[in-house]
Design a protein around this ligand. Sequence first.
Ligand code: TXA
Ligand code: MG
Length: 332
Amino acid sequence: MHRLTIDPQRDIQSYGADLDRFAAALKEGQLVAIPTETVYGLAADATSGIACARIFEAKGRPSFNPLISHVADLPTAKTHGVFGTLSSKLAEAFWPGPLTLVLPKKEGSTICDLATAGLDTVALRVPAAPVMRRLSELAGVPIAAPSANKSGRISTTSAQDVIDDLGSAIDHVIDAGPCPIGVESTIVAIVDNNAVLLRPGGISREEIERALGQELHLLQSTSNDEAPAAPGMLSSHYAPAAAVRLDAEEVRTGEALLSFGASTVRGAHEALQTINLSTTGSLREAAANLFKSMRQLDQSGAKTICVAPIPMEGIGEAINDRLRRAAAPRPD
Ligand code: TXA
Ligand code: MG
């Protein structure tokens, strides 16, 4: 496996020859783990069915669950998705950044059917972290990349977590240190001229509603796991090996504790291990620490991780969404 370490402070152009090699690897159908500002992505050429099939295989991901395609800029995104007033507004406000738009797939788009799971829509994102955009430019193709973790498990926010989780299944890793946001992009679908929140994420609902000048619609939760309204929005996801118990008021025997701010959970000193997501009560810091902390507590040997209440405002909605899925009953 080839590993390239890059300094996120340095100009991406200065990694010329190194990135050329990774772009060539993508064009050859290989898998490259690539950091973004949200989480690490497991990337392949989105125009190649064979390359995308390797993503599903490496993750153990069901093939009805489509992938996000990453592109360098809005003009390129417009060659793959049909933009209207609302989607253009959101793209202009938040790209590059942690927003994914689900739009009607444009006729002539080169994104393969496996990447979109055969749907007539496409998920597009222009990430803020420049390495994915640069590789997309160099390779001359959109880059399909789900989060770089085994399907259903916790997303990865460092190169080492990627290697621990996916190991030999990947050909190359680019290491840019920890991801600054730490939860995945917010996903908004434009359906019949309405903006629908499919997944809370790095950009808060409030920020999006302000840019739109109207409220986001919420996904009707009439679907079940056999027929998810948004594929991939399965109830059990982001799951550590340990059970997860939310809104804990006390620590029970044998539990590890994920705490937040100054809130006190009874019996905290008896926890097998405690991690505070943000001692100052910053939700941004808590999001950046969330997945790494869940991995660490999972390794403490505790059968259950209990979690202190986390406020629902701002990025707290995304944190609570991930925790709720981590705590959901698991399929066998
Ligand atoms: O921050 C992120 O979004 C990261 C980085 C790597 O970009 N990616 C990520 O990908 O979280 P993934 O595959 O783990 O989650 C993408 C979600 C999936 O739940 C998938 O079902 C949904 O997006 N999705 C993709 N295409 C869709 C479509 N056409 N319609 C509805 N949902 C879609
Ligand atoms: Mg994922």
